[in-house]
Structure formats: C-alpha cells, structure tokens
Design a protein around this ligand. Structure first.
Ligand code: ATP
Ligand code: MG
Length: 246
C-alpha cells in the first residue's frame, strides 16, 4: 500500500529525557491503525510531532505524493495539508446548536477564497446535514451542543474535523468517558471513516481496540516495540511484559 504518512527515525528529548527514540511509522491512504502502549510511551508526543506542535531533534516526516516534509511546515500549514487532530476534551461551542457548530467548522475551511465572502448557503446546509449524518447526529441538528452526551460531543467534534476534509485523522483516547454503547458506535464510526482516509487511534481500552479490528502499533519508551494484528502483538512476550502484564 502506498504511504500517506511516512515517519522515519524520529527522536525528541525533553530536558535530556528521550520521549521519542528512533521511531518509524507508516500509514496508507485509507487505513485504520491503533497505537497502544504504556503511559509515557510517547503516543501523544508522536501525534504532537506529526501535527507540528513538537519538533523532532532528528528524523523525517514525509507526507503525500510527491512527498513533502511536514517538518518544514507550521501547525496551520500541516492542518491545511490535510492532517486533522481530535483532542481528548471536546472543544465544541456548548451554547450553540449542533448545526451551528458544524457550520462554523465549514466556514473555517482551508480555502481562503471560500472564507472571503462566505455566508451560510443552501449548499452549506446540505453539507452540514451530511456531516451530522456521517457522525450519527442527523436527528440532533437543532440540539444545543451542551445538552449532548459526552459521546455525542466527541462525535460532533469529529464531524467538525471532517468539515476540513482531512486525509489523516489523529484521535487520542476517544473511548475515555464514553458509555459502552457509545464506544461501540465510535469503533463503527472510525472504521467507516478509515475507508476513505487514514485514521490513527491511540487507545488503552483493549475491547475498543479489538473492535477496531485493524493493524496495531505498540509503542514503548518512544520506539515501536511490536506491530501487526492485535492477536499477534498481544502474544508478543515483550508486549505482555511492558504493557499487558501490569
Ligand atoms: N512538552 C513536554 N515536556 C517535557 N516532557 C514531556 C513533554 N511532552 C511529553 N513529555 C514526556 O514524554 C513522555 C511521553 O509522553 P506522552 O504524553 O507522549 O506519553 P503517552 O504515551 O501519550 O502516555 P499516556 O498513555 O499516559 O497518554 C512522558 O514521560 C512525558 O512526561
Ligand atoms: Mg497520551
């Protein structure tokens, strides 16, 4: 499979502590990947590097075809190039409706000429409805976002990210705070989204990872410890020792 993102031999140290240590990682154009590993393994720092929030001390981060270095771009440029990131805490506007939040996300779209002279149009209303349907909120468009459940807020934020049409979506610990039903719907959603884009999911919940049913990368001390199917990596004695056997 052709790689969309190619991370090659990156390292980063904070005050002499090597949080990422010669890490390499590839993901294809339409691929779902789970990233697991113990606390402090470097999972969030890895996402910080891909999104340009943290600069690695060494290594390469290549994007697209023909490939461009993400290390030469700032956070805004990387987002515009098609990298979307979902943070753990939803950042929706609680006193606005679902439709209004999605409309704002569309308005913030990357094309500067689209923003210039932008106003809500029939086209955008259709797109807002599509985005809501994509994340399972079609019947919630007129609800105040603050009234949504925690899981629904997370889906709304994913919908807002989709408004930017990312080619890679990075999602850090989505299952936290969700009910079992919400977690199940979230795995279904992420699997569907990965049919047309790359999706990287960091998660500790092993039932959630199992339901994602995808290739798994295990990080430990800033490096890849194991990679493959969930069954393959969970049989690995090193993975059992540092992560599963706790
Ligand atoms: N900006 C920073 N300054 C100093 N140390 C940092 C910084 N960011 C991360 N670290 C350290 O780097 C290591 C990796 O942290 P990171 O947050 O990436 O781990 P993680 O795998 O996401 O863990 P968790 O599962 O707990 O979220 C930790 O020891 C953390 O304290
Ligand atoms: Mg983390």
């Amino acid at each position: 499979m052709r790689s969309l993102l190619e991370v090659d031999g990156i390292s980063v140290s904070f005050d002499g502590f090597r949080a990422i240590n010669n890490l390499s990682f590839n993901i294809g154009e339409a691929e779902l990947r789970a990233v697991i590993g113990p606390n402090g393994a470097g999972k969030t720092t890895f996402m910080d590097i891909v999104t340009g929030k943290t600069r690695p001390d060494e290594g390469r981060v290549l994007w697209g075809e023909p490939s461009k270095s993400l290390l030469k771009m700032n956070e805004a440029q990387i987002a515009r190039a098609g990298v979307g990131r979902k943070f753990q805490r939803p950042t929706v506007f609680e006193d606005q409706t679902v439709a209004a939040n999605l409309t704002m996300a569309l308005k913030a779209n990357r094309n500067p000429f689209a923003v210039l002279g932008w106003r809500p149009s029939r086209g955008s209303a259709v797109r807002v409805a599509e985005l809501a349907a994509e994340v399972g909120l079609a019947d919630q468009l007129d609800r105040k976002s603050g009234e949504l459940s925690h899981g629904q807020k997370q889906w709304l934020e994913i919908g807002m990210l989709l408004a930017q049409e990312p080619r890679l979506l990075l999602v850090d610990e989505p299952a936290a705070g969700m009910t079992l039903a919400e977690r199940e719907q979230t795995t279904t959603l992420l699997r569907r989204l990965a049919e047309t884009r790359a999706v990287v999911v960091v998660e500790h919940d092993m039932d959630f990872v199992r339901r994602l049913d995808c290739k798994v990368t295990v990080l430990h001390q800033g490096s890849v410890l194991a990679e493959g199917s969930l069954d393959h990596v969970t049989r690995n004695p090193d993975v059992i020792e540092v992560y599963l056997g706790r």
